[in-house]
Design a protein around this ligand. Sequence first.
Ligand SMILES: Cc1cc2nc3c(=O)[nH]c(=O)nc-3n(C[C@H](O)[C@H](O)[C@H](O)COP(=O)(O)OP(=O)(O)OC[C@H]3O[C@@H](n4cnc5c(N)ncnc54)[C@H](O)[C@@H]3O)c2cc1C
Ligand code: SF4
Length: 444
Amino acid sequence: MSIEKKYDYIIVGSGPGGATIAKELSRKTKGVLIVEYGPRFTKTGAMKVTPIFLDKEKRDLRTDGGIWIGRSRVLGGSSYVAMGNAVTPPEKIFKEWRIDLSEELKSARRDLHVNPMPSHLIGEGTKRINEGAKSLGWEMKPSPKCVDFSKCISCGQCMFGCPTKAKWTALDFIDEAIEDGAELLLNTEVKHVLHKNGKAIGISTIKKGSKLEIYGKNVILSAGALETPRILQNSGISEAGKGLALDVFQTTYGYTEDVGMQNEIILATYLDKFIEDKELFPAPYMYIPLYLVRDIDGYAPVKISIANQIKIALRAKRINAKRLIGMMTKIRDEISGEVGNDGTIRKTLTKRDKEKLDEAHEINKKILIAAGANPKTILKGIYESGHPCCTAPIGKIVDENQETEIKGLFVSDASIFPSPLGMPPILTIVAFSKRLARYLLSCV
Ligand SMILES: Cc1cc2nc3c(=O)[nH]c(=O)nc-3n(C[C@H](O)[C@H](O)[C@H](O)COP(=O)(O)OP(=O)(O)OC[C@H]3O[C@@H](n4cnc5c(N)ncnc54)[C@H](O)[C@@H]3O)c2cc1C
Ligand code: SF4
């Protein structure tokens, strides 16, 4: 089966990468189609949102080296579950990449209404951590967030949707694109790109179990750094997915006598002191008890069956989260591992990655103890990540205009990063998509 209409731009995926392209193109031109694997999801709250982290068999996603990966495959992509952090990376990274994104980053900050976290919304536990860090000579800064603070009720549930829509998500851009005439096809999985004589002519998808072909002049893959390389491989670009970075992070916790961080807005502040030289991004961090079971209790079943959910809930009751404070540190991990065509993700930490995470744990431990945590209660969480990238990098799989060896086939998501940021990437992804939209419009 195929759709008769021929589109000018077919955008695959609706996360920050795809949504930005859709918005920018639709403002100036017609003939834009967004194709999204997942549904439009609007529920909020931990119990309702947790299933979108899981696959159809209710398993969570981990690499073969045991690194847990968070992502959500719904309209808006992982921005739906993001914490609202909108950080501009240091100049050093763009120099390394030899790419100037300064204008696009400025425009992205404006569009996402990025503002520093106001002090009246910073929780007591985080304030205590800030004081602890300060006593060590380390000044925590308010995190820049893409949150409309006038609508924020400080519920601390940013990872589980946002009940007041205070947090920006890519859905905001998708809705703007639709208002400007873009079409949207939900629950449709793109399998490969159709091409003829070295030029993209459309996509092959599966919708409701049946094959559906859609034709267009340009195809932009924004399916995220774990799925875009698989579509590229299926389309004949076999080198895609060889190499992966994740901005791996690890949590550190400690019990205090009098303060905890439950229901606080986490990552409300961050320490920029170690970003440039040590490539570490430390920030106050806390999970809800149901998720703490994994870190504190070490109980982490891959499959979240009903029986396992009951076990998790019982174990969560034993954790005295009201007296727990925590930190996490993201690292700029080395590009290693591979995204396989069957969906397997091969990635173990290198010696250098482990050294960075160990150093991060020592920094976090010092801060938590200075903040009042009992040194005997300090513990580490598992290796985690939510920022897959570098699987179709500029200079290797795409050229500087983000075009692949197949003409008219572009990539615009975290896949194209030449190296990882080691910090929240949404702003940079939006900036790259703005840059590509400008280029595409200049080619008309
Ligand atoms: C819990 C969590 C918290 C985070 N917090 C922050 C934060 O505070 N700040 C920040 O900057 N970053 C944060 N991130 C990271 C950020 O959300 C991601 O880096 C970002 O969303 C990636 O954007 P993307 O466009 O590359 O891909 P994605 O957001 O992954 O979007 C890809 C889209 O493509 C769709 N898709 C996939 N395969 C197909 C297919 N075959 N056919 C059709 N559609 C497909 C997916 O369903 C998805 O909608 C967080 C991530 C997680 C998991
Ligand atoms: S803390 Fe604010 S931004 Fe986060 S989910 Fe609650 S209302 Fe939304």
